[in-house]
Design a protein around this ligand. Structure first.
Ligand SMILES: C[S@@+](CC[C@H](N)C(=O)[O-])C[C@H]1O[C@@H](n2cnc3c(N)ncnc32)[C@H](O)[C@@H]1O
Length: 316
């Protein structure tokens, strides 16, 4: 399996998606690209991209403009797309069969901005049976996304009203899943998404973790004992630090867990994601090389932070 191309998403982003500091006040359909008016920047809508979708996602207003919130969302989604596109290409070409079908599952899909944009920009123009599934617990979001996919003719999209944990054993999903995404999936939903991906032996896992309270709560519970015996407990003695250290430690444990299961892991900051504090992007590539050392390290880190009770969470 070939890995993703090492392009700089920001560079590519600036060149092909967004031109900064160039106010554009009119649409220019004859240029082949639709330029959408913004306060101080212009966003290119790519040829073939569904304007109806962008309006439905409130990325465009009815008259083809953007507001502050939608501009931020589009920027985030495009930016993330730069990371995911090479993974989809690699997943499609890693078998002998050119343009193999791929399956992507997006956990904690919400309004499915990510899934719809990926489908519109990548899946839509490809023949075959590639499919995107959105997993979401809120019934109304599932119905809305399904209705929108039907209306747009996006037949390779389905939405399941399931928790991430339930999706691990459902028959509604195929056995082989190529790419698993979880973008701001709340609390331990990211961990469930990792468990899902490991069970499915996904080729790629893309995570932008949300706040996770479980590790911080366990650090807090065991704090007195740690303070007595472990000088490193200073890292999480104050309540604010308990939360922040808990959050960082969670992602460290997730990375070790993925490496222990044979994945190569890269951790990147989503540069340009300035409106969100949760800007850590974890991309894991399945190398099928389980690492004993990562497993040992994981155990050691859990033991040295008093988190032995969370072994089940991070080992699978
Ligand atoms: C913060 S939103 C993020 C939505 C979307 N991924 C995005 O970034 O725009 C998190 C979503 O995950 C859903 N969610 C939370 N816990 C979940 C779980 N255990 N299983 C499935 N969905 C979950 C919530 O209902 C919510 O729609």
């Amino acid at each position: 399996m070939s890995g993703p191309a090492k392009t700089s998403p920001m560079t590519k982003h600036a060149g092909s998606v967004m031109k900064k500091n160039k106010p554009v006040n009119s649409l220019k359909p004859d240029s082949g690209k639709v330029l959408v008016a913004g306060a101080d920047s212009a966003y290119e809508i790519r040829p073939g991209q569904s304007i109806e979708l962008l309006k439905e996602l409130h990325i465009l207003t009815r008259d083809g403009k953007m507001n502050q919130d939608s501009r931020r969302k589009l920027k985030q989604v495009y930016h993330l797309y730069q990371f995911i596109e090479p993974l989809m290409q690699a997943a499609q070409h890693h078998t002998e069969q050119q343009q193999a079908d791929i399956t992507l599952v997006d956990h904690g899909a919400g309004k499915s901005y990510l899934g719809f944009i990926l489908y519109d920009l990548y899946f839509k123009s490809r023949t075959g049976n590639s499919h995107i599934y959105g997993i979401e617990t809120r019934d109304e979001l599932v119905s809305r996304s399904q209705e929108l996919a039907t209306r747009l003719g996006f037949s390779g999209m389905s939405f399941l009203n399931l928790s991430v944990a339930q999706s691990i054993n459902t028959d509604a999903l195929p056995e082989k899943i190529n790419i698993v995404t979880a973008l701001h999936a709340c609390n331990t939903a990211t961990d469930d998404a990792i468990e899902f991906a490991l069970k499915k032996k996904a080729d790629y896992i893309v995570l932008v973790p949300c706040c996770q309270a479980e590790v911080a709560a366990t650090l807090k519970k065991n704090k007195s004992a740690a303070i007595r015996s472990n000088p490193m407990s200073e890292l999480w003695r104050h309540p604010l630090h308990t939360r922040e250290f808990g959050s960082q430690l969670t992602n460290v444990l997730r990375c070790l867990q993925l490496e222990a299961h044979g994945y190569h892991v890269s951790v990147t900051e989503l540069v340009g994601w300035e409106h969100s504090m949760k800007n850590e992007l974890i991309i894991a590539t399945n190398k099928n090389l389980p690492r004993q050392q990562a497993r040992q390290r994981l155990t050691q880190v859990l033991e040295s932070t008093g988190l032995e009770s969370l072994q089940g969470r991070f080992f699978c």
